[in-house]
Design a protein around this ligand. Sequence first.
Ligand code: DC
Length: 222
Amino acid sequence: MVVSVIAIDGPSASGKGTVAQRVAAVLGFHYLDSGALYRLTALAAEQAGVDWADEAGVAAVAEGLAVVFAGERVTLGGEDVSLAIRSEHIGVGASKVAALPAVRTALLQRQRDFARAPGLVGDGRDMGEVIFPHAQLKVFLTATAEARAERRYKQLTGRGEAADLAAIAADLAARDERDRNRPVAPLRQLPDARLLDTTAMGIEEAVATVLGWWREKTTLNT
Ligand code: DC
């Protein structure tokens, strides 16, 4: 049986995680937050004293990640790290370890294993290109750098964390640059991906758009 896959790729703080999660909930599909795996790898490497630039060392950490996803909760070796992996510091580390080819290879099969019946919505940078090249629907979800910086700012302050809008914007720009220009699995819109620019769009409208595209696909194929 072919498992349905919706691949949603896009830059940091574009809202793709929220949209992907909601789409998965409406369709009753599984959900893969692939960025969380890179964040978990950065956190686990740091805890093990492995430098983020040590490719073989970080790949070994990625290979052995003892991670459990349970709804919103993520545990690493039994410890709840749901909040720890969302910090800006670990976001920077994730972007660094994600540029290492051996780390991407180490996480490849783990990501593909999320595709189980009846279907999966996966979000990240290379869902449509590398992990699920045969996804029935590919979406490139983005928003302007200003809109994304503002969203990240609201997210952080909403959690009670201190945040500086200019610093967030600079950090996002650096991360975008790294994600777009790395030699392996760079972030880019694929020719077969539909563009969803959410700059002037609320979550509900973005979710409805993806669901509309999905229904179009599935109606055409039945
Ligand atoms: O989506 P996010 O901010 O949680 O991702 C964290 C980092 O991981 C980001 O800088 C890019 C990287 N990433 C990646 O290279 N490939 C993916 N499929 C998902 C995330």
